[in-house]
Design a protein. Structure first.
Length: 751
């Protein structure tokens, strides 16, 4: 699919993230957020486009309290989003913990519960809502759920869009058009972005389309929604710290490329049944195709007993063989051996849901059911070659197929069916006191079929009944106390079930080579807080102070094996995420400001031993011992945010945003034995000026003071690699460096 027409967004309003009315885009009763016993926050289209060109991920990071990014891939379209220590990531090896819905339909990819942010065109987003744990949200909502509502011709009429260009070859364009004709409404949006990348060998291309055809009547509404995306993303990830110190844009090994093709058609309705009742049926079908290529070091080396043949490092009894069983000869001529891990995922997903909601007396209720099914096929192989002078992959000699199954081609089919039945009720016991009750039964079934043998064959079923209870007490006009308890569960995905054998670990690029059972993860969350709205001296003020504690039982991690670049999924007992969150927003005249602080204490509560062969603090067996109280990698303990906007009449607007975060423990250092990444504070500045009616110019600078910092780190073996930029490098700590000062300018229009 090549997108030729690229589409955009309306001129931004100044609305900031705050509690808003919750719609049926998330399962559950349709009530105002003030009546819910949990933290709820949102972004509208104005905030998403505040800095010029609409940018959903930028707005989520800068405006939503408790949200942080770990940029493991170091690609702006592939961040790992964390909220309260739970993750929604496009990477298959990450422990997913947030459910994502787009227009009310589940958006997590069924093979690994991953989230492809690159498939969502920013210009077409009407609102994003983030809500903490509720069993009604279904599987994988351990930390809560994100709902993305897209625009329609009911929301936007006319034509608008934007064009921009900036540093590091960044350029983009989009446009949108909306119209109404009687009871019909139409909306179409498209977006294209090209980014050469600020690091070596790191270009990205994004093409996206979204459309909606709506029909309104006395009986309700009906919508046909279409979304499509084609992306080519390069994220070369972490590099050794000494290499970054010598040349910050350098990459350690390459390529690390993902090519994604996604399309979805969805039919949804809201049918007015009378008596305050609404029936909301919907159905969807989607196709997803992904190809990845990941270049990495190899443990291959000449066998000690016969230097003309290849073995795994230190393993004369583990010859490196190909598909015919023939052993690979030594061919590198003194160069370092490398592997190119290639994967292909093909998924067709489909589903349907129905919800009945309404009001009856003091009750605001909802009952519903959903089914999400999928058929996936995954195949992968590792090619053996050499590391080129620029640390790319070269001279491929064929695919590795080890007799013991530790490295072998994979071809597996999976069938997944997730069924949920839920109910929720918000009861107004008094005009100031609400009681919330909700429950959901989840039944998830996974069938695996090995296409190369029988090792991956298996059938799995995970079922659980989750409940929640909460109260809201409005002590006075604009002030409320809330408290609640919620349970949720995450069933192991086909990807995890296929890679759970420590004797047959899979590649970090997401190979799957074993099938022992995993237990499902269950999260139990307590939450309480105080929130309010008031007017003080001509200022409109909104604020919230809350705390939470969530304990996971049988949590799942992607644990490294003793073989470089390979790992497997395993249960590790209990983990806990707890913290406090304080936020406030104020508006007075032309000024708007919001600020937040989040403390997240994310720790292991059960001890275990795990391999970390490149960790310099590992023991002689290459393992580390994790003890209760050790902190989870990738999650900042302290996080602060500030947004200030000033309007100058109807012509000019200036905005400044800032973020401060403490350091994070490195992946592979779950025992907290080495140094974490450094803390940082960054500032961003943007502004726009209206030049003629319907046309405005804008400019934005991110990382204004050009700070050097990182949001993700791990370990790499550097002793065998020729680092011309940093000769003699020996420190295995590797970081994914954040982008330096970046700027772009552009124009937006609306007619």
């Amino acid at each position: 699919m090549t997108v030729a027409l690229m589409l955009g967004s309306a001129l931004p309003s100044l609305a900031q993230a705050k509690d808003v009315v919750v719609t049926a885009q998330l399962p559950g009763p349709v009530v105002d957020a003030d009546r819910l016993p949990v933290a709820t926050q949102a972004l509208n289209a104005g905030t998403i486009a505040r800095d010029g060109a609409p940018d959903l991920l930028r707005a989520t990071l800068s405006d939503l309290p408790g949200v942080s990014f770990a940029e493991a891939q170091d690609n702006p379209y592939q961040p790992d989003l964390f909220y309260r220590g739970y993750e929604a990531s496009p990477l298959g090896g990450d422990a997913q913990g947030l459910a994502v819905y787009v227009d009310g339909a589940r958006f997590n990819q069924p093979f690994g519960d991953t989230v492809n942010w690159d498939a969502i065109p920013d210009i077409a987003v009407k609102r994003l809502t983030l809500e903490s744990a509720n069993p009604a949200f279904g599987l994988n909502a351990l930390g809560g759920a994100i709902a993305v509502n897209m625009k329609s011709g009911r929301d936007m009429t006319g034509v608008s869009g934007w064009l921009s260009a900036g540093r590091f070859g960044k350029r983009g364009a989009s446009a949108e058009v909306g119209a109404r004709a009687g009871r019909w409404s139409f909306y179409l949006a498209g977006q294209v972005e090209h980014d050469d990348g600020w690091r070596d060998f790191s270009p990205s291309i994004v093409h996206q389309l979204y459309g909606d055809i709506g029909l309104d009547g006395d009986w309700g509404t009906l919508d046909l929604k279409l979304i499509g995306a084609e992306t080519n993303l390069t994220g070369n990830g972490a590099s050794p710290v000494e290499l970054l110190a010598a040349r910050r844009q350098a990459v350690f090994t390459w390529p690390d490329n993902s090519r994604n093709l996604y399309g979805r058609a969805q039919l949804s309705a809201a049918l007015a049944l009378g008596g305050g009742l609404t029936l909301r049926p919907q159905a969807y079908v989607a196709g997803y195709r992904q190809r990845t290529a990941n270049g990495d070091l190899s443990d291959a080396e000449p066998c000690a007993g016969n230097g003309s043949l290849l073995c795994l490092e230190g393993e004369d009894d583990a010859p490196l063989t190909g598909g015919t069983g023939a052993q690979f000869p030594s061919f590198a001529g003194g160069d370092t051996y490398a592997q190119l891990n290639r994967t292909r995922t093909r998924t067709t997903s489909f589903g349907a849901s129905v919800q009945l909601d309404g009001r009856a007396g003091s009750h605001s209720f909802a009952v519903g059911a959903s089914w999400d099914g999928s058929n996936s096929r995954f195949d992968a192989q590792s090619l053996i070659g050499v590391l080129t002078d620029d640390r790319g992959f070269g001279d491929p000699q064929g695919a590795i197929d080890m007799p013991d199954g530790s490295i072998r081609p994979v071809d597996v089919k999976s069938r997944r069916d997730d069924i949920g039945i839920y109910a929720g009720d918000v009861i107004a016991l008094t005009p100031r006191f609400d009681l919330s009750l909700s429950a959901r039964y989840n039944d998830s079934r996974v069938r695996l079929s090995d296409q190369l043998g029988t090792a991956l064959d298996g059938r799995h079923r995970f079922a659980r009944f989750n409940t929640a209870i909460g109260v809201v007490w409005r002590t006075s006009d604009g002030v409320a106390l809330y408290a609640g308890y919620a349970e949720s569960n995450r069933a192991p995905t086909p990807a995890e079930l296929s890679c759970a054998d420590p004797e047959a670990p899979c590649s970090l690029a997401a190979f799957f080579v074993g099938d022992p059972p995993l237990k499902q993860v269950v999260a139990r969350t307590w939450e309480a807080g105080l929130r309010g709205r008031s007017k003080v001296g001509g200022m409109t003020l909104s604020w919230r102070l809350g705390g939470w504690r969530a304990t996971n039982s049988d949590d799942i991690i992607f644990a490294a094996s003793g073989t470089r670049g390979r790992a497997y999924f395993r249960n590790v007992g209990r983990t806990r995420r707890q913290g406090i969150e304080a936020s406030a927003s104020a508006e007075r005249g032309a000024w708007t400001m919001s600020a937040s602080y989040t403390l997240t204490d994310a720790t292991y509560r059960t001890g275990f031993v795990v391999a970390s062969p490149d960790n310099p603090a590992a023991d002689e067996d290459g393992t580390i011992t994790v003890r209760p109280g050790d902190r989870l990698p990738g999650i900042p303990r302290h996080l602060g945010k500030l947004v200030v906007t000033r309007r100058f009449g109807e012509v000019t607007q200036l905005s400044a945003t800032g973020q401060c975060a403490s350091g994070r423990w490195l992946l592979g250092d779950e025992a907290n034995l080495t140094r974490p990444t450094g803390g940082y504070c960054i500032a961003n500045l943007s502004g726009s000026v209206k030049v003629v009616k319907g046309v405005a110019l804008f400019a934005e600078v991110r990382n204004l003071f050009d700070r050097h910092y990182a949001t993700f780190g791990t370990f790499s073996e550097v002793s065998e690699v020729n680092l011309a930029e940093a000769p003699g490098a020996s420190d295995p700590r590797s970081l994914s460096p954040a982008a330096p000062r970046t700027w772009w300018i552009g124009a937006r229009f609306r007619f």
